[in-house]
Every structure is written in structure tokens, then in C-alpha cells.
Design a protein around this ligand. Sequence first.
Ligand SMILES: N[C@@H](CCC(=O)NCCCC(=O)O)C(=O)O
Length: 252
Amino acid sequence: MRDALPLIGVTSDRSNEAPHHLHQVGEKYVKSIVDGVNGLPVIIPALPNEIDVEKLLDRLDGVMITGSYSMLEPHHYDGPALQPGTLIDPARDAMSMSLIKGAIARKMPVLCICRGFQELNVVYGGTLHQAVHNEAGMLDHRDDKSLTFAEQYAPTHDLELTEGGLLASFGLGQTVQVNSIHEQGIKDLGQGLLIEGRAPDGLIEAIRLDSDDQFCLALQFHPEYRVKENAFYTAIFSAFSQAVSAYQTSNK
Ligand SMILES: N[C@@H](CCC(=O)NCCCC(=O)O)C(=O)O
């Protein structure tokens, strides 16, 4: 049906609330699909061994790879062991990276946010700093848990956009302001990825796949937060929405 709303897969995390395992995603992600894409969000359980990703992608028009407080396991990028007790989510790791590979292979639009940004980089052979704030000359990009939710997700630092890039093409200036809720960050950029923006300390915070016919944009910050109240975030989701509509039309 050509006028059907697009179905957008949204990743979830597998958490242990003994004796249960829950598959959950933050409301702002699924709400941003409604508000920013005019689509229908479909929450994807982190069941990499049970779900046939290809059969799932056959039913979708786009994918959002969400953020999460858990850390990508370092064996995916030959990184050093994490601090004992660090929150990990192996099922989420496997599901996200499988979705990214599968979606890209069929040129399905992909929007990656925060942890999803880091996962995309690792899928393309990149590596991560595990604690950016411990690196010489780098800012502390973590959120201040003593602040309110709104304060934590308010814009906190500049993002210098790459001249001639997709984000710069939105016409909102060469420098915009974004929020920051992350401990890890890109160390080495993956192959075939282009830099779309950097934080004031030079940390890469926006990337996209170097392709003329594949929308794959990844952001270390959180444009899904109150997407309609921030012109830059709105423009990001509008670009995603346009790509999803084009994909939906060409695949029906
Ligand atoms: N755990 C990684 C990724 C950070 C991240 O995704 N933060 C957002 C968590 C809460 C939310 O979904 O808004 C890191 O710390 O770098």
C-alpha cells in the first residue's frame, strides 16, 4: 500500500530484572519515529539467535539503532578489557550489528544514535575510546546525573560541522549545539565512513556512510530528544524521513 505509514525498526536492550529478562527501549526513541518521521515504530527485541534479521528487514522501511547505558564489548574492536562491573549487553551488540549489516546490504535507511553511532563505527572496522574523559586534551562528555532529565539532554557543547557535509547542508550554520550523554567515543574511524561533525575537543560526533545511494547517518548525541523543539534535530529526522519514504516507494 503506497500510502501506508513507514515501519521503522527500533533496537532494544536486553536487561536482567531477575528472574526476568526484559527487552526495553527509551520512550524518546519510539516517540521520535512518530514525531520526526511520521512513521510507525516497531521495537526489535535483542534476540539475535531467534530472530531472522533478513525476514524482519523484509517488513521494514528503515532502522533506528538506539543509545544505551551499556557498553559495546571490546572484543568487537580488539579493545582492552572493560572495568569490572561495567554494564554490557551481548545480545544487543549482536542484534544491532546484524541489523546494521543487513540494512546497509539492502540500502535501507539507517539512523544510529549514541551507542548506535559507536556500533556503526565498529561494524566498519573502527575502534572506541572507552573513557573519553581520561584521554589527554579531551572533554568529559558524560551527563551529570545530579541534573534533571531536561537539563541532562539540553545542548551542552558545540558541534563543528564538516563543510559540504550532509549536516552542514541543512543551512543551520557551521556550528550547532548538541547534548552529550556518553563515556565512550570514536578512537579510530571505520573504513568507508565520513566525518560530519566534531566536538570542540576534536572528538568525532557525527558520521555517515560514504555512499550516494544509501542513507546511513550516525550521531553521538541525541537528536531524538524533543525532536520537534530543536531545528537541527528536526532537520536530521526530516532527512531520515525523506530517505525512508524513498525506500518505501521503491520497495513496494
Ligand atoms: N554507553 C555508551 C553509549 C552512550 C549512550 O547511548 N547514552 C545514552 C543512554 C541513555 C539514552 O538512551 O538516552 C557510552 O557511554 O559511550
